[in-house]
Write a protein that binds this ligand. Structure first.
Ligand code: AMP
Ligand code: ZN
Length: 437
């Protein structure tokens, strides 16, 4: 049984096989390090980690490259405002990013190339584009002429505006020099910006991904991933400049994940409706509680963030840990059927909600749970000793029995007894559990 993935390019679920047997070349757009990443960004990085782990559970070797955008309009502006050098400014947030993904059990990529260290590779592509007349130079920069690339707009389903500009009248072409713009602006985009004090010229945002993807993974790559906001213009522009420069396909599968929302709006820095992983930890949550929350939604469905939802995720994760401890102690053998079915559900375009439902219903042995955790990444293998002492567990069982007999008064007294031992009882539809106070 093979993995089927929704390919934005064809808007269909397709059977995924790497172009070269044995290795999946996977490029994911990384963070812009001008601030702490927010949990919206982290939702996308977790989804990419799930994809990578699913590929590995299918037996593929995965070569993942994720860039670090450490030079663009935002980082330059931020460094200037903070009165720091660009390097000093970005390396602080870069460290923050690596700390976050480690705490979320996101497996490390093969390489995290920085844009600042690949300027010559970018210039090489820009020169090729100038030579082939896909790019032109103006007073303030070098631009990609989208009217020359006939397939422009294919990925995002955007029809190129006709006529894009008068033939030969390049300077009168509609140009865009800012890094981010909306879907109804199909315009020539900046490959290089000449005027950017204090660095004295810097690449446009899109060119770095083409340069680093081609350098470390070649052409074509198997999978290119990111959040859906990247389909246009970022991924669209990456395709245009890479394919125009080399006359070869850039990426075979485009896989983009939906957003994390707050009150129906995309979590974003510009709206100011964001939380960082630190914010969650300050409220007493573990990073893996957020990871569990992300697992509850399909990657192509929006997910709403709320403290209540995060609390639900925490309860479920703690319960799963308890289950794993019990299963380990029981030493029951697995017949392997769970793992097979779990993978089959993931192989249907990463249907994690269905895979999780199976887990709760069918995972019987510790082996089953460990198999699932290869993709879940919830650390079920390295469980610390149960935080719940046997005395508390025994009281909980006794209380459950009393509740079944509707002896509420006695059950309440046990609840208080458990409280004195430092644990709070929570009654859930699937049964009761305790949490350390
Ligand atoms: P940036 O640092 O803005 O380039 O974003 C890094 C990654 O986070 C990209 O793949 C974005 O698509 C993704 N992203 C940004 N905001 C959200 C959000 N609210 N939910 C999910 N992914 C997001
Ligand atoms: Zn990118």
């Amino acid at each position: 049984m093979s993995l089927r993935l929704f390919n934005t390019f064809t808007r269909k679920k397709e059977i995924f096989r790497p172009a070269r047997k044995g290795e999946v070349k996977f490029y994911a757009c990384g963070p812009t390090v001008y601030d702490y990443v927010h949990v919206g960004n982290l939702r996308t990085f977790i989804f990419e980690d799930i994809l990578r782990r699913t590929l590995e559970l299918n037996g593929h070797k995965v070569k993942l490259v994720m860039n670090i955008t450490d030079i663009d309009d935002k980082t330059i502006r931020g460094a200037k405002k903070a009165g720091k050098s660009l390097k000093e400014f970005t390396s602080f947030y870069e460290k923050g990013f690596f700390g976050d993904i480690k705490r979320l059990n996101i497996l490390p990529a093969f390489k995290y190339p920085r844009a600042t260290e690949h300027i010559s590779e970018m210039k090489k592509i820009i020169n090729l584009l100038l030579k082939k007349k896909y790019a032109y130079e103006t007073e303030d920069g070098i631009y990609f002429d989208i009217s020359k690339f006939k397939k422009y707009g294919r990925l995002s389903g955007l029809k190129q505006k006709e006529p894009a500009r008068p033939a030969g009248g390049l300077k009168s072409g509609a140009r865009i020099s800012v890094d981010e713009y909306s879907k109804d602006q199909a315009e020539d985009f900046a490959l290089w910006k000449k005027k950017s004090p204090p660095v004295g010229g810097h690449p446009g945002w899109h060119i770095e991904c083409s340069a680093m993807s081609i350098k470390y993974l070649g052409l074509p790559i198997d999978i290119h991933a990111g959040g859906i906001d990247l389909i246009f213009p970022h991924h669209e522009n990456e395709i245009a400049q890479s394919e125009a420069a080399y006359g070869r396909k850039f990426a075979r599968f485009f896989v983009e994940g939906e957003h994390l929302l707050i009150e129906k709006k995309k979590m974003s820095k510009s709206l100011g409706n964001l939380f960082t992983l630190r914010d969650l930890e300050t409220k007493g949550f573990e990073p893996l509680d957020f990871r569990y929350l992300v697992l509850t939604a399909h990657y192509r469905s929006p997910l709403s963030f709320s403290w209540k939802a995060l609390e639900g995720a925490r309860q479920a994760r703690l319960k799963l840990q308890e289950r794993a401890r019990e299963a380990k102690a029981r030493k029951k053998k697995s017949d392997g059927s769970f793992c097979k079915e779990f993978l089959a559900r993931l192989n249907d375009d990463l249907n994690m909600p269905r895979a999780l439902a199976l887990l709760w219903k069918e995972a019987k042995s510790y082996e089953d749970l460990l198999c699932a955790d290869e993709v879940l990444g919830l650390g079920l293998k390295n469980l610390k000793k149960s935080a719940v002492p046997p005395r508390v567990k025994a009281l909980l069982v006794k209380r459950e029995a009393l509740r079944r007999e509707k002896k509420w008064g006695q059950a309440d007294r046990i609840r208080e007894e458990i409280m004195k031992l430092g644990f709070k009882v929570q009654d859930m539809p699937e049964g009761s559990q305790v949490i350390k106070i």
